[in-house]
Design a protein around this ligand. Structure first.
Ligand SMILES: C[S@@+](CC[C@H](N)C(=O)[O-])C[C@H]1O[C@@H](n2cnc3c(N)ncnc32)[C@H](O)[C@@H]1O
Length: 235
């Protein structure tokens, strides 16, 4: 795949566990690819501002946080949900980094850790904080909640996303909550609850999980290393 919208760059300021909070077992995502997928979705939308972005398998919120910082100008609000309460709590911490108060809190934590342990990694993180602050032209509101996206408990959640970006479970680190070979299709069907005819849904997965397009029109399919991502809209 050729990158159309995101430059190759050094993204070490966004490394998991540096400024962005991390817990063992929580995956991250390549920053350049995240930007490329989000910006490809944006290219299909008429309005390029005040975007509502949702990740229904948000894990620790790495993808949402990186997108919120790097694409701050176009995003208006972020939603994240996951089935795992530990992930949801980590995602809330990470999304707080999209506010001045959250960044200030992180600065104090890192300073305290440096005073206590004197590690170079804490100094590096303190050096990276201004990068976040400079990119954060505006603070971004976010909501994070516990939700099994394969369940029928979606009715309480009433918002429409402009872009849904979901990196589904695959590989050794994370798996679907249900032992269901068709989980990915249950998920996309359920996600229609959060979509209108303009919403662009980006589904990132391994190459084994096959999407059923009954309700959807495919805008793009791209392979990149062990992953693929597909962009869909409702029919
Ligand atoms: C590849 S990870 C997502 C990583 C995330 N995008 C990030 O940036 O940290 C997949 C996530 O799907 C979640 N998951 C698994 N089954 C789920 C379900 N039924 N409903 C919602 N989330 C689920 C896992 O808990 C895991 O956090």
């Amino acid at each position: 795949m050729e990158y159309k919208y995101s430059q190759d760059d050094n993204f070490e300021d966004f490394a998991c566990g540096r400024v962005i909070y991390h817990k063992t077992g929580m995956p991250s995502f390549p920053v350049r690819l995240a930007n490329e997928i989000y910006r490809r979705c944006l290219s299909y939308l008429e309005s390029k501002e005040n975007i509502t972005l949702y990740d229904p398998c948000c894990g620790g919120g790495y993808l949402l946080t990186v997108l919120g910082v790097q694409n701050n100008h176009s995003i208006g609000k972020l939603y994240g949900s996951d089935i795992d309460p530990t992930a949801v709590s980590l995602a809330a911490d990470n999304l707080s980094l999209l506010t001045k108060a959250g960044l200030e809190k992180r600065k104090q934590e890192l300073q305290q850790m440096y005073t206590q342990f004197g590690k170079q990694s804490h100094l590096d993180a303190l050096d990276s904080l201004p990068v976040f602050a400079n990119l954060l032209a505006k603070e971004l509101p976010s909501e994070v909640f516990l939700l099994d996206i394969l369940s029928d408990q979606l009715a309480d959640r009433n918002f429409t996303a402009d872009i849904i970006c979901v990196d589904v479970p695959y590989g050794n680190m994370v798996s679907w909550s249900a032992d269901d070979t068709d989980a990915i299709n249950i998920m996309i069907q359920n996600l229609s609850h959060f979509m209108n005819e303009d919403t662009v849904l980006a589904v990132i997965s391994d190459k084994k999980q096959k999407l059923n397009y009954d309700q959807f029109r495919r805008l793009e399919k791209n392979n990149i290393g062990k992953r693929k991502f597909e962009l869909l809209q409702l029919l």
